[in-house]
Ligand binder design. Structure first.
Ligand code: BES
Ligand code: MN
Ligand code: MN
Length: 451
């Protein structure tokens, strides 16, 4: 019944999603403020049309939150669906094969910024809800909370959650904003990494200098910054910040074996990325390195002359943006402090450093023995014909830990993207099949959860 409904409405579903993808809801860019709001308003309309009782656009200090609910019967359990309608900036624009906000379907994939992360995945929930309403299949209550600031740290959502605990009363959180191993190997994400994000600025001389007149005699902030950053990891790929690993939970050999049981083809992985070999912490597999071990990466670095041709200059300043991905039981604020303390301690006297902090978030693990996890696992069996593999994803959704802390609620991370969908990159895409199978699986989840 659901399958037929999806099949006969598929073209409309896709056309609606593409209309939504046309709105450049880039939360990080203040020039897109009105577009972000438009994307929220679009969602309000679609939730109303799909049959929600109450749909609100909740103002925050930043971008609005879309909240909706459908009460079937107050005595029945409630699923709170969370997602985000904001997207990452589309840069670098030149590398897109078609414009990021002019969605196209090619080879059965939708290409656009936000196609997978997370508009495409949120839209599966709206259409699953529509289908359940139309077919009389919704037998529990549902709430939707879709925010516009996930890609910039969810600070205002954190406030909203703390201030609206009664409104958000639910039994379980359901999120589609993570990855599936493949259509042949369905998976449910059971862990996400946390995040600490900082910016460092190294200052040397009081002005840019001629690199011939002064080179070799005055410390170059870029050279120094590079050496400082290089020293943050040792030969074995371990992070050298004192105390960094103190709270990292060691996994039992059974837990590690379970993680490595997931199908993973290292050769294919390297080929897909065009790399000769992988690199990471000694003693861990690639799946462990992204799933259960922390990481430190420079996300951007600049200084000096980067224009056309060559300018001989010894720059006064150099900067970098650095992220640390965290695992249980590391605490984001604590790691940030450890970083600052260490970075200052390794600063040579020739330069000064300034560290500023950006958003962070805590890691999360979700239970696999709950009623809701079992409902999700059964849904995958029904739709994909295979039991889902539990996986630990390397990305972060900071609000998941906050849902647990503030609302006492566990989350089911039922994502349908692929790691190869190029989220945050040029040519982001989402499989039409992932989209339709996702809708089907979500409907199956609701059926199993309510039953
Ligand atoms: N949906 C992603 C997180 C994700 C991607 C989880 C793939 C699992 C698999 C989310 O939108 C995201 O990009 N989060 C940011 C963190 C945020 C604080 C900016 C991230 O992980 O960089
Ligand atoms: Mn996302
Ligand atoms: Mn994202």
């Amino acid at each position: 019944m659901v399958k037929e409904y999806i099949a006969s409405n598929k073209d409309r579903f896709l056309a609606e999603l593409m209309e939504w993808l046309r709105i450049p809801s880039v939360s990080a860019d203040s020039r897109n403020k009105q577009d972000v709001r438009k994307a929220a308003e679009f969602l309000v309309t679609k939730l109303k049309e799909a049959g929600a009782d109450k749909v609100e656009l909740c103002e925050t200090l930043g971008h609005p939150i879309v909240f909706a609910e459908k009460t079937i019967n107050p005595s029945l359990p409630t699923v709170l669906v969370y997602g985000h309608y904001d997207v990452q900036p589309p840069d670098p624009l030149a590398l897109w094969n078609s414009p990021p906000f002019e969605p196209v379907i090619k080879d059965d994939k939708i290409y656009a910024r936000g196609a997978c992360d997370d508009k495409g995945q949120v839209y599966m929930h709206i259409k699953a809800f529509e289908a359940m309403m139309k077919l009389g299949l919704l037998h529990c209550n549902v709430k939707f909370m879709v925010e516009g600031e996930e890609e910039v740290g969810s600070d205002n959502l954190g406030i909203f959650v703390k201030e609206n605990k009664a409104k958000l009363k639910a039994d379980i959180i359901l999120i589609s904003d993570t990855a599936l191993i493949s259509l042949d190997n369905p998976s449910i994400t059971t862990g996400l990494r946390g995040l600490s994000y900082l910016e460092v600025e190294v200052t040397g001389p009081n002005r840019d200098l001629h690199s011939g007149v002064y080179g070799g005699a005055v410390a170059n902030p870029i050279n120094i910054l590079c050496a400082m950053i290089a020293s943050l990891q040792d030969e074995d790929g371990r992070i050298t910040i004192p105390g960094f690993y103190d709270r990292v939970a060691a996994l039992s050999s059974d837990e590690r074996a379970a993680i490595n049981k997931a199908p993973f083809d290292l050769k294919k992985y390297k080929a897909e990325l065009g790399i000769e070999d992988v690199k990471g912490e000694k003693g861990y597999t690639t799946l462990e390195r992204t799933g259960i071990r922390p990481a430190l990466d420079v996300n951007g670095i600049w200084g000096g002359y980067t224009g056309e041709g060559a300018k001989t200059v010894l720059p006064a300043k150099a900067s970098a943006k650095i992220s640390m991905r965290l695992v249980p039981d590391q605490i984001s604020t604590e790691i940030t402090e450890l970083f600052i303390k260490h970075f200052e301690s390794i600063t040579p006297k020739y330069v000064k450093v300034k560290v500023t902090t950006h958003h962070g978030g805590e890691p999360a693990v979700t239970p696999t023995n709950s009623v809701s996890y079992k409902a999700a696992a059964k849904a995958f069996v029904e739709v994909f014909g295979k039991a889902p593999i539990p996986t630990r994803d390397g990305g972060s959704i900071p609000i998941v830990a906050l849902f647990k802390k503030e609302l006492g609620l566990d989350t089911v991370l039922m994502g349908f993207g692929f790691d190869s969908d190029a989220i945050h990159s040029p040519n982001e895409h989402y499989g039409v099949k992932n989209f339709t199978l996702g809708i089907e699986t979500i409907v199956a989840f609701f059926k199993n959860f309510a039953g």
